[in-house]
Design a protein around this ligand. Structure first.
Ligand SMILES: [Zn+2]
Length: 109
């Protein structure tokens, strides 16, 4: 099975969001660094520039998604992402996450 690099995400959170979206449309995704254990509380949240790979056969569809994604990113560039602060470890978490990626505590605000 040959894997093709489809996108380099700026961070782990972005990589995971793209992975989830691609999974939704039936595409298997491999993230670089994913061999690190992702046991609860041990998510490598601060890995920068996570590489996203897909299988060769999925490349076309994945590319289509990525192009749309990039376009959407461009359009929303002015919109600041808001964050909430974890009460447990003070990590700043994007609002679209319901749990802290550092310690996995739920947002209690
Ligand atoms: Zn936390």
């Amino acid at each position: 099975m040959s894997k093709t690099l489809i996108y380099i995400a700026e961070n782990y959170a972005e990589a995971h969001m793209i992975q989830a979206n691609l999974n939704d449309i039936g595409i298997n995704v491999l993230l670089s660094g994913e061999h690190l254990t992702s046991a609860l509380g041990e998510l490598p949240a601060h890995i920068l520039f996570t590489r996203i790979y897909v299988e060769q056969k999925d490349y076309f569809n994945a590319k289509k998604y990525i192009d749309q994604y990039k376009q959407a990113q461009k359009n929303s560039v002015k919109k600041e992402l808001s964050y909430w602060k974890c009460f447990n470890c003070n990590e700043l978490i994007p609002e679209n996450f319901t749990n802290c990626w550092q310690c996995n505590k739920e947002n209690k605000q």
